[in-house]
Design a protein around this ligand. Structure first.
Ligand SMILES: [Zn+2]
Length: 167
C-alpha cells in the first residue's frame, strides 16, 4: 500500500516536472521571441534615422546647388542600412524557427516545418540540410551551358558531389 502510494506520488511528481519543463521552454521561447522583436524594432528605427540623415545630406546639397555622388558620399549610410536589413531578416528567420515554421522556397509564405508541400503554391519543401546543395544544383541545371563553360560545369559538379559526400 505504501509502495503503491509512493509510486503514484512519483508519477505525479514526474508529471509536474514535465509541466514545469514545458512551461520553462515556452517561457524561454517567448522571451527569445520578444528579444528578437525588440532588436528588430531597434534596427528599424536605426534605418529610419539613416534615411533621415541621407535626406538631410541630399537636401543640403540641393540648397548649395551641388551635385552628389551617391557611391562616394552616401556609401557609409547605405552600407549601414544593408547591414541592418540583414540583421532584421536574420531575426525574422529565427522567430520562424522558434515557432517551428519555415518559409516556402517558392512563394515565401510561412508554413509549418513538417509540411512536405506548401499549402499555398504546392511547392515541395526539401529538407533543410539538403537545401544548399539542391539549390546550387537547381541553379546549375537552369544555367545555359555553352561548350566554353563545360569544363567549369564539370568542376562545379565535382565540387558539389564532394561536398555532399562529406556531409
Ligand atoms: Zn509556397
Amino acid at each position: 500500500m505504501v509502495k503503491i502510494l509512493a509510486r503514484g506520488e512519483n508519477e505525479k511528481m514526474g508529471f509536474l516536472n514535465d509541466v514545469g519543463k514545458k512551461t520553462a521552454d515556452t517561457t524561454s521561447k517567448i522571451a527569445k521571441e520578444a528579444k528578437l522583436k525588440l532588436k528588430t524594432n531597434e534596427n528599424k528605427s536605426k534605418i529610419s534615422d539613416l534615411y533621415e540623415e541621407i535626406g538631410k545630406i541630399v537636401y543640403e546639397k540641393y540648397v548649395r546647388e551641388e551635385g552628389i555622388n551617391i557611391k562616394e558620399e552616401l556609401r557609409e549610410e547605405c552600407e549601414k542600412i544593408d547591414f541592418l536589413a540583414i540583421e532584421i531578416e536574420k531575426a525574422r528567420m529565427e522567430i520562424l524557427k522558434l515557432n517551428q515554421k519555415r518559409q516556402c522556397r517558392k512563394c515565401n509564405c510561412e508554413i509549418q516545418n513538417n509540411y512536405v508541400f506548401c499549402p499555398r503554391c504546392g511547392k515541395k519543401q526539401i529538407e533543410e540540410e539538403n537545401t544548399c546543395f539542391d539549390e546550387a544544383l537547381e541553379k546549375l541545371e537552369e544555367t545555359e551551358i555553352t561548350p566554353k563553360n563545360k569544363k567549369k560545369e564539370k568542376i562545379v559538379k565535382e565540387k558539389l558531389e564532394k561536398l555532399e559526400k562529406e556531409e
